[in-house]
Design a protein. Structure first.
Length: 291
């Protein structure tokens, strides 16, 4: 288990927690769910679906990547950058996996644990605070390592992928659903993953593929899904703009993104349209040779 402190930056970790870590997030979400008429003492995954998956195209994309990766029943999965746990709960409940979710944001880990308990999945899913650059797990511990929109906040992509390969068994699967740098120039900020460039670290698609291949993985799937991502976010922005001014706050990802949600969503649309960012899915198999 690695202990190299040079891999991690506590100042950067603090900045990420300040960007994402709304104090008391779990209780805030419970209050919003209750205000929307949900029975918070008997929640289902459907009840929390609108806030559960903090990435482009939500639950649809998680299912899509799991199908592409051919995730099998009883697979042991590590979800790196798990957020409040939506994809981990999906993999457990719909694909029969045993999942460990890891996130650098402590408040996300607390909220993820709370909601996993509320929907009755604690025997299949657990969450742990930790850093993708220094994974607190033994070598070859997982069948699948899963990244969904985690890499934009990771400056040292090579280290994160090396760590993923280390904890992945030979023949295991690395699944990626990530935002990459596009050819159209630097992104317009703020965006959901960063208020400014200091927290945003996007690799071009070809560079990301090169990093994974150099770590001893073989590519089985690579898809550019920028088109459907743009369509989805355009619908999000249209829905926001069509809401009456006196309407109550929606029960959605605005609860995670805060007051800047409309601006962040509009900027994502602009970035996608102007090819400042791209969205990709990739599936890789870890080779049996040493990393």
């Amino acid at each position: 288990m690695p202990t190299d402190e040079s891999k991690t930056d506590t100042g950067y970790e603090t900045a990420l927690n300040e960007h994402y870590g709304v104090s008391g997030l779990g209780n805030e979400l419970l209050d919003a769910l209750e205000a929307a008429g949900k029975d918070v003492d008997a929640l289902t995954r459907d009840d929390i679906a609108s806030v559960d998956e903090f990435h482009i195209r939500g639950l649809e994309a998680t299912r899509e990547v799991a199908d592409l990766a051919e995730v099998e029943d009883h697979s042991r999965v590590l979800d790196v950058g798990c957020g409040i746990g939506g994809p981990a709960r999906t993999l457990a409940s719909e694909f029969g996996c045993d999942v460990v979710g890891l996130d650098i944001v402590e408040e996300y880990c607390r909220a993820a644990t709370l909601f996993t308990d509320r929907v009755g999945l604690t025997e299949k899913v657990r969450f742990q605070h930790g850093n993708a650059l220094d994974l607190p797990f033994e070598d070859e511990e997982f069948d699948v390592v899963w990244f969904e929109h985690a890499l934009p906040n990771i400056e040292a992509t090579e280290v994160a992928i090396e760590e993923a390969g280390r904890v992945l068994r030979p023949g295991g699967t690395l699944a990626l659903y990530e935002i990459c740098a596009g050819p159209g120039g630097e992104p317009v900020f703020p965006v959901p993953w960063a208020s400014d460039a200091s927290l945003s670290h996007l690799d071009p698609p070809d560079r990301l593929r090169e990093i994974v291949l150099d770590c001893g993985c073989d590519e089985t799937v690579w898809k550019d899904v920028t088109g459907p991502s743009l369509e989805w976010f355009e619908n999000v922005v249209e829905s926001m703009q069509s809401r009456a001014a006196d309407a109550p706050p929606p029960l959605g990802l605005n609860l995670l993104m805060g007051a800047e949600t409309p601006n962040k969503a509009a900027n994502v649309v602009q970035n996608l349209k102007e090819e400042r960012i791209a969205v990709v899915q990739g599936v890789y198999e870890r080779g049996s040779y040493p990393l």
